[in-house]
Structures are given as structure tokens and as C-alpha cells.
Design a protein around this ligand. Structure first.
Ligand SMILES: Nc1ncnc2c1ncn2[C@@H]1O[C@H](COP(=O)(O)OP(=O)(O)OP(=O)(O)O)[C@@H](O)[C@H]1O
Length: 256
């Protein structure tokens, strides 16, 4: 459902060149949760933005449902629900108004949108604050609304960029239960997170990203075998140590 092929992205900033992605490859099938894990600045958000079609790669490509993504690919965006903590909610609309407005933007018929709203509201427990203005919501409530918004047009693909950022344990738990639910619905889910413990529970496969390189890709047993480490946290630390050593005086990292 999602394919990333040899994605390369560089940024120029204040005369400095940043190699945000160095030719990464992965795929995510329907009904699969793929965890894109990496430290700050590894290139996770850049990857998600390319898949969403918000950024154009310098080379390589991303496809969703067999269609190349890019800033002009409205057909691709209709297939994707994007959840990012940077997304604002409309402060003066109530939760209900905002979710129905987003359904309308995606041309979902009003009757169907209302049905979806009811189902999603039940699943994410929005009922208590659904008629409250978004500016009055707590961080956790707002995040549940953002998750709901990504689902109003029932897309086959969900991109979740740090969906638990700023949430407490209970809020994070709700989000991860929601991700399991997306999997049951047969969605292809691309998840970027720092919550390695939760990722270990909910993801089917992983990509360990560091400095724009996908160092390891596979199921947990496959990455365990490749790294000789049991838990994601240990794999993660070992990967960072290895690349820090190999990057000394060099700008190119070597995926394993
Ligand atoms: N628009 C931009 N202009 C310049 N540099 C950028 C831009 N967007 C991203 N970068 C750089 O590209 C690299 C990857 O950034 P990205 O946001 O993809 O990382 P990330 O893995 O999502 O990090 P985090 O976990 O901190 O959110 C970083 O060095 C970042 O500073």
C-alpha cells in the first residue's frame, strides 16, 4: 500500500547542507503497522511528509496505492489520514463542527459523515467534549480529536507522526489501542514514535532510521538476529553508537 524507494532529501539551511534522507527503502502492506523509529533529526517527519506528498524528494519516490506521491497528487492525499502533533485544531469550532467540516472537505456525504462521527466518537471517547470548542480542550483531548480527524474520510492509509507526544500514560495507551484498531480495520499504518516500548507491542515491522539511513528493517525477531540485541531500546542505542563511530570524520552512513 505504501512504498518508499531510494528516497533522498537534502535541505540547505544558512549555508549548511543537511542530508535528511540518504536513499531509504521500505514498504507497508494493508493491515500492517510499520514503525519508523529514530532519534531526533533522524528523518522521520521528512519521510512522512514525502509519503503524504507535502515534500518532493530530490531523488527516489514514494507511492501510495500504486500512485506516485507529490505536491500535485490530490488523489493520493484522499487515501491518507495524517496525524501530527503540529496540526492545529480550529479553536472556535466545536469538535463536532470541525470533524464534520473535515469530512466535507473530503466530499464525504453528510449522512455518512454523521454516522462515522458517531462510531469514531465512541471508539475514541469524544462524547464528553464533542460539543465543546476546540480551544477549551486539554492536550490529550485535542490529540484524540486529531486522530478522529484523520479517519473521517475513512482512508486506507494512516500516517502517524509522534501521535503520543505530550500525552500522559493513559493518553498514550488510548492512542496505541487506536493503532491496534486501525490494523484490525485493514489500514496500512506508518507510525513514527519515540515510545519504543509501545512500538514493540503494536508494530508488525520496524525501520530503524539514523541520520537519514535506514540501518535495519524487519520484524522484531529479524532485527534481533541482525543486531544481537533483545529490545528495541538496546538496538537503538547500539545503532546510534555504531554510526557515531563510523561517522567520525565522514558524512555518509552505511546501512547494515
Ligand atoms: N525545512 C527544513 N529546512 C532545513 N532543514 C530541515 C527542514 N526539515 C527538516 N530539516 C532537517 O532534516 C533533518 C531531519 O529532520 P526530521 O524533522 O525529518 O527529523 P525527525 O526524525 O522527524 O526528528 P524529531 O524526532 O526530532 O521530530 C534534521 O536535521 C532537520 O533539521
Amino acid at each position: 500500500m505504501i512504498t518508499a524507494s531510494e528516497l533522498v532529501k537534502r535541505f540547505e539551511w544558512a549555508g549548511q547542507r543537511v542530508e535528511a534522507l540518504n536513499g531509504i527503502n521500505f514498504s507497508v502492506a494493508s493491515g500492517e503497522v510499520f514503525g519508523l523509529l529514530g532519534p531526533n533529526g533522524a528523518g522521520k517527519t521528512t519521510t512522512l511528509r514525502i509519503v503524504m506528498g507535502l515534500l518532493r524528494p530530490d531523488s527516489g519516490y514514494a507511492e501510495v496505492g500504486g500512485i506516485r506521491t507529490g505536491p500535485d497528487s490530490a488523489a493520493v492525499r484522499a487515501q491518507i489520514g495524517m496525524v501530527s502533533t503540529n496540526d492545529g485544531v480550529y479553536p472556535w469550532l466545536t469538535v463536532r463542527e470541525m470533524l464534520l467540516y473535515f469530512a466535507d472537505l473530503y466530499a464525504v456525504p453528510m449522512q455518512l459523515a454523521k454516522q462515522r462521527l458517531e462510531q469514531i466518537s465512541e471508539r475514541l471517547e469524544l462524547g464528553r467534549f464533542i460539543d465543546q470548542r476546540c480551544c477549551t480542550l486539554s492536550t490529550g483531548q485535542k490529540q484524540r480529536v486529531i486522530l478522529a480527524r484523520g479517519l473521517m474520510h475513512d482512508p486506507p492509509v494512516m500516517l502517524l507522526d509522534e501521535p503520543t507526544r505530550g500525552l500522559d500514560v493513559v493518553g498514550s495507551q488510548t492512542v496505541f489501542q487506536f493503532i491496534s484498531h486501525l490494523k484490525e480495520l485493514g489500514k496500512a499504518v506508518l507510525l513514527s514514535t519515540h515510545r519504543l516500548d509501545e512500538a514493540e507491542r503494536v508494530c508488525d515491522r520496524f525501520g530503524l532510521l539514523h541520520r537519514g539511513c535506514l540501518m535495519y528493517t524487519g520484524t522484531l525477531p529479524e532485527i534481533r538476529e541482525a543486531t544481537g540485541k533483545k529490545h528495541l531500546t538496546e538496538m537503538f542505542l547500539s545503532m546510534m553508537h555504531q554510526t557515531d563511530v563510523s561517522l567520525h570524520g565522514d558524512d555518509v552512513c552505511q546501512p547494515a
